[in-house]
Design a protein around this ligand. Structure first.
Ligand SMILES: Nc1nc2c(c(=O)[nH]1)N[C@H]1C(S)=C(S)[C@@H](COP(=O)(O)OP(=O)(O)OC[C@H]3O[C@@H](n4cnc5c(=O)[nH]c(N)nc54)[C@H](O)[C@@H]3O)O[C@H]1N2
Ligand SMILES: Nc1nc2c(c(=O)[nH]1)N[C@H]1C(S)=C(S)[C@@H](COP(=O)(O)OP(=O)(O)OC[C@H]3O[C@@H](n4cnc5c(=O)[nH]c(N)nc54)[C@H](O)[C@@H]3O)O[C@H]1N2
Ligand SMILES: [Mo]
Length: 698
């Protein structure tokens, strides 16, 4: 029974995950005492994932930052002293003003943010206005999804999407580079419903992930070769006349060219040798895919994180058009639903305030930006919020070298003293989702939700928006741009038209999650209607050619590929894949004790033959290394990987690792073919027994 001081408040999980769960917080005497998935949310259906079920532990963690801090020790020493907000704001505003007025100008200031919160207001509103207004460098937020975004766009003119609830109608479900049971667990629950009525689940992944292990068939593809597999499947489909010629003729561009291309250039022996799969398996998969409609293809991020990631997604996106899968309820492909949300971001973020000609820095190249290797003025100040680049960015050693620069003024706004915060000059304490208001869409469903504030901020922590209000005031910027409440900003975000028509903050507060105004069981491409330049699904793409690539879908080998870079592979023979740990979300939750315990020690999984040929035994401490860096891990000899592939799950905080380095000490800042994305899983390494003496002398 609820007493007078007990309330329940509806909110939304803010984390970077397609599920965007609705939650209900119980607050007693001002303290959150219980958190549960919203039973009324059609996707959440009352359950939260392993991590977010521990959100209370995170909110009330003893290590929460509660006041602003100023560095007192050397950079990176983690020594700070408390200061007041007035002091912190004055110092940041003064530094920013002097950089704006300096010969290097405002572009020497680099804002750096990513997916700490997915809320429209706390992830991209007054922050963007502020940095646009002062003329700071622009940030291209590429670290996760841009390769696939561009790849999809070239083929389909938009993201690949159908209504996720359609999956219950599927006969064949393909998880392609997707650890769905871990990274999208509410879609996995729906996949299971489909399975109960006979659907077969297949997972294409170099790693026997939890999803692969629970699938009917695991296809252990060699990392970075998905385009070749998709082209091989098309070879079988065209060769055997299994394509949907009517769908191709009506709604696709270049059907004849694609047919000749795959028949001439992707014969099965070639595809088998590129992908490491047997011709029989490729043939069987192709036949299942072409004949078991409706086929639901969950296309996720694993295949994007290689040099050819954009082309891989462009290529895989051709498959549902070749077989006409889009026509069937339950058929098609799903990468992201986010494009369906017509948020009024132009009014919210005011990109028009940014001076014309302002340079853009690709966030994957933060190491290069900090080390002065990019064109334009040097980066003299870095303002980090909603992100933890010292843990999650590629080429950790060079990131840290950049962060150690004495002449760099770094500000980190976060809930905790993260790896990145440890290198900063000023630390600002941030609120969690319980402590501020926000409004959220999703990239895995079609609902809009509001997150009501449930408790007062812990200590002196402040939401992102509030910090930019204070900075704008201290720098005498226009009040009409910055003196607006978070609720007022939400009204602007909701003023988009189309699928968002009629949605208001008040109605959302009363109704809870509200679906975008789109047809029931949405199947956008059932009758073509692709928003490409030709209006068709573009097997042949002039835009791809204009970017300097084949106009047809093609296989672009990994940058670090044993087949095409044999000299590099002689020194570093293993393809290392470092996807997320189930108990951690990127680097968030890595400091929550129960989840740290669930994650266990850092492991690396190798096949028996790769372990034995190196004289390595189970549970031995090993050093994983390449020219960029090294980290330590415990060896697990495993059947989850094929010879030549290694898997080590991330991203723990570097400060918790034996040498202060995590998996990203080995990853590269190489960009993907399309979209300038990150290539975390395109990474050759060697593994040897860890010997402390040698390590110390390095
Ligand atoms: N628990 C948890 N959930 C998360 C996250 C998290 O950190 N933890 N992160 C969130 C975020 S930001 C994102 S972007 C999504 C990511 O969601 P997913 O894309 O599902 O996640 P990953 O585990 O990065 O990659 C999926 C799988 O791709 C495999 N893979 C690697 N290389 C290749 C390849 O070349 N080809 C193929 N076919 N597969 C390959 C990996 O082994 C991995 O099992 O998850 C979100 N959800
Ligand atoms: N090796 C390897 N590296 C990877 C990946 C991988 O699979 N392997 N995955 C990549 C992917 S998919 C992604 S998306 C990136 C993720 O990169 P990031 O978005 O940087 O993710 P996190 O490490 O979770 O850091 C988010 C930070 O935001 C903070 N935060 C949360 N809410 C708020 C808030 O309201 N205000 C402020 N100021 N801060 C807040 C959190 O405490 C946390 O420290 O990492 C990438 N890095
Ligand atoms: Mo991501």
């Amino acid at each position: 029974m609820a007493d007078a001081t007990t309330r329940t408040i509806r909110g939304v999980c803010p984390h970077d995950c397609p599920d965007a769960c609705g939650w209900v917080v119980t607050v007693r005497d001002g303290r959150a005492v219980r958190l549960a998935g919203d039973p009324g949310h059609p996707m959440t259906r009352g359950f939260l994932c392993q991590k977010v079920a521990r959100y209370l532990e995170r909110v009330y963690h003893a290590d929460r930052l509660t006041t602003p801090l100023r560095r007192v020790g050397p950079k990176g020493s983690g020594k700070f002293r408390d200061i007041t907000w007035d002091e912190a704001i004055a110092e940041v505003a003064n530094r920013f003003q002097s950089l704006v007025d300096s010969p290097d100008g405002p572009q020497s200031i680099l804002p750096y943010s990513y997916g700490g919160t997915m809320g429209e207001i706390q992830s991209g509103s007054l922050d963007r206005r502020f940095f646009h207004r002062i003329g700071a460098s622009l940030l291209d937020r590429t670290i996760c999804a841009t390769a696939g975004t561009v790849g999809c766009d070239l083929t389909l003119g938009t993201r690949a999407f159908v209504d996720p609830f359609q999956v219950v109608n599927a006969k064949l479900i393909l998880n392609w580079g997707s650890n769905t049971s871990v990274t999208n667990s509410h879609l996995w629950a729906l996949m299971h419903e489909a399975r109960k009525t006979g659907a077969v689940i297949v997972t294409i992944d170099p790693y026997r992930s939890p999803t692969a292990a629970r699938s009917d068939w695991w296809i252990p593809i060699r990392p970075g070769t998905d385009a070749a597999l998709a082209l091989g499947m098309m070879n079988v489909i065209f060769r055997d006349g299994l394509q949907d010629q009517d769908y191709i003729d009506r709604y696709c561009l270049g059907g004849q060219e694609l047919r000749e291309h795959v028949l001439n250039n992707y014969p099965l022996p070639r595809v088998a040798s590129i992908t490491g799969l047997s011709e029989n398996d490729i043939e069987k998969l192709a036949r299942m895919y072409a004949t078991d409609n409706p086929t639901f293809l969950r296309l996720n991020y694993g295949l994007q994180r290689h040099r050819g990631g954009g082309m891989a997604v462009r290529t895989v996106c051709c498959l549902p058009s070749v077989t006409g899968a889009w026509k069937y309820p339950g058929g098609g492909a799903l990468l992201s639903t986010s494009k369906n949300y017509p948020w009024n971001r132009a009014a919210l973020q005011r990109p028009d305030l940014s001076p014309p000609g302002t340079r853009t820095i690709n966030m994957v190249q933060l190491a290069e930006a900090l080390l002065g290797e990019l064109p334009g003025p040097p980066v003299r100040s870095l303002y980090v919020y909603n992100a933890n680049p010292a843990s999650v960015n590629p080429d950790q050693n060079r990131i840290i070298r950049g962060l150690l620069r004495e002449d760099l003024f770094t500000i980190v706004h976060d809930q905790f003293l993260t790896d990145t915060a440890r290198y900063s000059d000023i630390v600002l304490p941030a609120t969690t989702q319980f402590e501020h208001f926000d409004i959220l869409g999703s990239y895995g469903h079609l609902f809009v939700q509001t997150n009501e504030k449930a408790i007062d901020p812990i200590g002196e922590s402040k939401p992102n928006t509030e910090v930019f209000r204070l900075l704008a005031q201290a720098m005498n910027l226009e009040p009409e741009l910055f003196e607006i409440t978070d609720e007022g900003l939400a009204d602007i975000a909701l003023s988009g038209t189309g699928a968002m028509a009629g949605m208001s903050r008040e109605s959302l507060r009363h109704s809870g999650p509200k679906r975008l105004q789109l047809p029931d069981m949405f199947q956008p491409f059932a009758e073509g209607g692709f928003p490409t330049p030709s209006g068709k699904c573009e097997f042949v793409s002039d835009r791809s050619a204009a970017l300097g690539f084949n106009s047809l879908p093609d296989y672009v080998p990994p940058a670090e590929d044993p087949q095409t870079k044999p000299e590099l592979a002689r020194r570093f023979p293993l393809q290392l894949v470092t996807p997320p740990l189930p108990a951690i979300l990127n680097s968030t939750f890595a400091n929550v004790p129960s989840l740290r315990e669930a994650a266990g020690p850092q492991q690396i999984e190798l096949s028996r033959s790769d372990a034995e040929s190196r004289g390595l035994r189970e549970a031995m401490v090993v050093r994983v290394f390449n020219d960029r860096g090294a980290f330590q891990a415990r060896l697990s000899i495993s059947e989850n990987v094929s010879p030549g592939t290694a898997v080590s799950l991330g991203c723990r905080w570097a400060v918790d690792m034996p040498d202060g380095r995590n998996v990203n000490a080995t990853t590269a800042t190489t960009l993907t073919d399309f979209g300038g994305g990150a290539t975390f899983f395109d990474n050759l390494v060697q593994v040897e027994e860890f010997k402390p003496d040698r390590e110390a002398s390095r």
